[in-house]
Design a protein around this ligand. Structure first.
Ligand code: WT7
Length: 653
C-alpha cells in the first residue's frame, strides 16, 4: 500500500461539487453546516431529533443515550420499533406499486418486486420461520447467493425479531461451521447453489458438510432452489423454501422490539485467529442506514440505486438489505461476477436498469479499468449522477478513471470510510456540499467526531502527520459488543485509550484542509480485494495442515487486489524445492480455501527453514512485510541462524 500512500501524499487535485448536482441535492453547504452546528451544540439533541424524524416508532423513546454500562453504550433504550416495518409497511400507502428491487441473475434472468410484493413475500417467509419454530431472539444463519431471497430472509428475521447472521457464500464449510457455532444458530437458510463466474457455488453441499462436522444448535435448514442442480435433502431437517411458505399468509404482524434488540451479528476478522461476531442494534443501526443513504448517496424517489456488495458483508446490509428500502428507493441486485459473460456486464446492467447512483469497491474499479475503456463506452451510462467507493483507499489513478470514463466527468465521487463495526458511513463527502480530492474520504459526517491522535491520545494538529483514527463520542449505529465476548469488545475498541474513545484500527492523517486520508490498518488485518482477513486466521488454517510446523502471513501491495497474501511456511519435514515445492504450494492453497474460503488463498507461499523473531519469540512481521515487498533489508536479523534463510524468505533460493 506504500505506493498508494506515496502518490496520495502528492495529490493536489480538488473537485468542487458540480453546480447542477448541488442545486438538486438534499444537503447543500448551508444545511450541512446547520447539522454540524447542532451536533456541536447539543450532541444528544441532534441525534434524538434525527431519530424522531427518520424512524417510525411503535413506542417513542425518552432516553437518548444511556452510558451506565459504558463502553456498552445504548441509544433510544425505551423506544420500540420494527426494522422491517420501517423498510416495507410504511411505504405501502404511498409507494406500494413502486419497484423496490430489480433482481438480475448471472444467467440473465430478471425479476422485479414492487414494495407491495416484497412486503407480501417477507411476511410469508416470516410466517414460515415462525412455523418452523423460530422465535424472537433466536439466531438464524443465512448462507445464500446474492439473490433477492437473501434480502427477503434478512427482512423476515427482522420482522419476527430473530437475529440474523449472514455468512458470505464464498466462505467454506469450515468457516461456516465456526460462525454457526459461535452464534448458536437454530437454523440455516441457504440455497442449493448460486451462479458466480459461470459456475455453480455449491452452498447446500457446504451446509451439509458444516453440519456433519458438528453444529449442535442447528435444528432446521431451509433451502431455496436457485440453481436446481439437484441436491440431496436430509429428512426432518431440511425444508424446501417453497414447502416452507406453502399455505402461509402474506401478512405478518411485526414483532415490536426494543431499540437495542440485536438486529444482526456479522462476523469479521481481527487480530486473533478467531473472527468476532459484531453485534448491531435495531434503532441506532437503522438510523445511520437511513441518514447516510440520504446524506451521502443523496437518494431521491426518482433514483435507481445499485450497490454491488454481497449481503455477506456489512455494505450489503446497510446499502442493500436495509438502507435503500427504509428510504423507499428502487435498487438493483445482481447475483454474479462483473466479468460474465464479459467485462462489460456491470456497465450493461447499469445502462439497462437506468442506474443513477452506483456504489462499488476500488478493487472492482481497478480490475475493470484494466480491461480498457471500450466496455464502458459500449453502454449508455448517461443516467449515472453519483458514484461511490468503499472498502480500501482508492488510488488516484483509479479515481480519475472512475470519474472520467464511468462518471463522464459530471458525477461526484463519494469515497466512504467506515467499518463493519460502525454500521454505516462515518467519514465521507456530502456530494452537494463538500469538494472531493482523489484518494481522500474527506470529512466526518454530522454527529461523528472522528479524530487522529497520537499514542497518548492527543489530537494531532500538524497537517499530514499520521496517527490513530478514533471516534471521540459514541454514536447510534456503533457495534454494541462482540457476541459472547464483552471482554474482547472492551479491549479491542476501547482498551488503548482507557475507554476515552473508540479505536478504529486504522491509521490516518489529515491535510491542511482537515481532510482525512486513510493510511491502512494498524493491526494484523489484511484488505484483499476489499475483504477483511486476519493474518492469524490464515496462519491458523495453515498450521492445521499436518505437513506444516509453523507459518507467518503478511500482505504485499497488489495493483488490483490492494493487498496480496504472502505466506512463509516451515514444513515438518524437509524444505521442498522445485516441483515438490510447487505441489506443496498447490496443496496448501487448496487447504486454506477449504478451511476459510477461496478469498483467503495465499498468492505466494515461500518455504523456509526459519522465521525472523524478536528475543521474546514474536515473529517480526514488519521485516517479513519488507521482504515480501522486495525491499532491501538493512535491519537486524541476527535471530536467524543462517544467511541462507534470508534468501529463502526472499523467495530466491
Ligand atoms: C476497513 C473495514 C466498510 C465496508 C467495507 C469494509 C478499510 C473501508 C475505506 C475507505 C480507506 C477503507 C479500513 C477499515 N476501509 N473503507 N473508504 N478508505 N480504507 O468493511 O470489512 O469492516 O473493513 O476497511 O481499513 O477499517 P470492513
Amino acid at each position: 500500500m506504500s505506493e498508494n500512500i506515496e502518490s496520495v501524499l502528492h495529490e493536489e487535485r480538488v473537485f468542487q461539487p458540480p453546480q447542477a448536482f448541488a442545486a438538486e441535492a438534499r444537503l447543500n453547504g448551508e444545511s450541512l453546516s446547520a447539522l454540524h452546528r447542532q451536533a456541536a451544540e447539543d450532541y444528544e439533541g441532534f441525534w434524538a431529533e434525527r431519530a424522531r424524524e427518520e424512524i417510525s416508532w411503535q413506542t417513542p423513546f425518552s432516553t437518548i443515550l444511556d452510558e451506565s454500562d459504558a463502553p456498552h453504550y445504548r441509544w433510544f433504550t425505551d423506544g420500540q420499533i420494527n426494522v422491517s416495518y420501517n423498510c416495507l409497511d410504511r411505504h405501502l400507502a404511498e409507494r406500494g406499486d413502486k419497484t423496490a428491487i430489480v433482481f438480475e441473475g448471472e444467467p440473465g434472468d430478471v425479476r422485479k418486486y414492487t414494495y407491495r410484493e416484497l412486503h407480501a413475500e417477507v411476511c410469508q417467509f416470516a410466517n414460515a420461520l415462525k412455523a418452523q419454530g423460530i422465535r424472537k431472539g433466536d439466531r438464524v444463519v443465512i448462507y445464500m447467493p446474492m439473490i433477492a431471497e437473501a434480502v427477503i430472509a434478512m427482512q423476515a428475521c427482522a420482522r419476527i425479531g430473530a437475529t440474523h447472521s449472514v455468512v458470505f457464500g464464498g466462505f467454506s464449510a469450515e468457516a461456516l461451521r465456526d460462525r454457526v457455532n459461535d452464534a448458536g444458530a437454530r437454523m440455516i437458510i441457504t440455497a442449493d447453489g448460486g451462479h458466480r463466474g459461470a459456475k455453480i457455488v455449491p452452498l447446500k453441499a457446504a451446509v451439509d458438510e458444516a453440519i456433519e462436522h458438528g453444529t449442535p444448535s442447528v435444528e432446521k435448514v431451509i433451502v431455496f432452489e436457485r440453481t436446481r442442480h439437484g441436491v440431496p435433502m436430509v429428512e426432518s431437517r431440511d425444508v424446501r423454501w417453497q414447502d416452507a411458505i406453502a399455505g402461509q399468509p402474506q401478512a405478518c404482524e411485526p414483532e415490536w422490539v426494543d431499540a437495542e434488540h440485536p438486529l444482526f451479528l456479522l462476523y469479521t476478522s481481527g487480530s486473533t485467529g478467531k473472527p468476532k461476531g459484531i453485534q448491531h442494534s435495531s434503532a441506532g443501526y437503522l438510523l445511520q442506514a437511513i441518514l447516510t443513504n440520504k446524506w451521502v448517496f443523496d437518494l431521491h424517489d426518482r433514483d435507481v440505486f445499485w450497490c454491488t456488495a454481497d449481503v455477506g458483508w456489512i455494505t450489503g446490509h446497510t446499502y442493500v438489505a436495509y438502507g435503500p428500502l427504509a428510504l423507499g428507493a428502487t435498487q438493483v441486485i445482481y447475483e454474479g461476477a462483473p466479468t460474465v459473460p464479459d467485462g462489460g456486464r456491470f456497465w450493461k446492467l447499469a445502462a439497462e436498469h437506468a442506474v443513477t447512483v452506483f456504489y462499488t469497491a476500488p478493487t472492482a474499479i481497478r480490475a475493470l479499468m484494466k480491461l480498457g475503456d471500450a466496455f464502458p463506452q459500449g453502454h449508455d451510462l448517461s443516467r449515472l449522477r453519483l458514484l461511490g467507493t468503499v472498502g480500501e483507499p482508492i488510488n488516484p489513478e483509479a479515481w480519475m478513471w472512475y470519474h472520467r470514463v464511468i462518471g463522464g466527468e459530471r458525477c461526484p465521487i463519494v469515497d466512504t470510510w467506515w467499518q463493519t463495526e460502525t454500521g454505516g458511513h462515518m467519514i465521507a463527502p456530502i456530494p452537494g456540499a463538500v469538494a472531493t480530492k482523489p484518494g481522500s474520504c474527506t470529512l466526518a459526517l454530522p454527529g461523528i467526531l472522528a479524530d487522529v491522535v497520537d499514542e497518548q491520545g492527543n489530537t494531532i494538529t500538524e497537517a499530514d502527520r499520521g496517527g490513530y483514527l478514533v471516534i471521540r463520542k459514541p454514536w447510534p449505529s456503533m457495534l454494541r459488543t462482540v457476541w459472547g465476548d464483552d471482554e474482547r469488545y472492551r479491549k479491542t475498541y476501547w482498551g488503548m485509550f482507557d475507554g476515552r474513545f473508540y479505536l478504529a484500527g486504522d491509521s490516518a492523517r489529515r491535510d491542511a484542509d482537515g481532510y482525512f486520508w486513510i493510511m491502512g490498518r494498524i493491526d494484523d488485518v489484511l484488505n484483499v480485494s476489499g475483504h477483511r482477513l486476519g493474518t492469524m486466521e490464515i496462519e491458523s488454517a495453515l498450521v492445521a495442515h499436518e505437513a506444516v510446523a509453523e507459518a507467518a502471513v503478511v500482505g504485499r501491495p497488489h495493483d488490483v487486489k490492494g493487498e496480496a497474501i504472502v505466506a512463509y511456511v516451515i514444513l515438518r519435514g524437509e524444505r521442498p524445492t522445485g516441483t515438490d515445492a510447487d505441489a506443496m504450494t498447490k496443496t496448501l492453497r487448496d487447504w486454506v480455501a477449504k478451511e476459510i474460503g477461496p478469498i483467503a488463498k495465499p498468492d505466494d507461499i515461500r518455504f523456509t527453514e526459519g522465521l525472523p523473531k524478536t528475543r521474546s519469540g514474536k515473529i517480526m512481521r514488519r521485516l517479513l512485510r519488507s521482504i515480501a515487498k522486495g525491499e532491501v533489508i538493512t535491519s537486524d536479523i541476527s535471530t536467524l541462524e543462517n544467511e541462507a534463510v534470508i534468501a529463502q524468505l526472499q523467495g530466491k533460493a
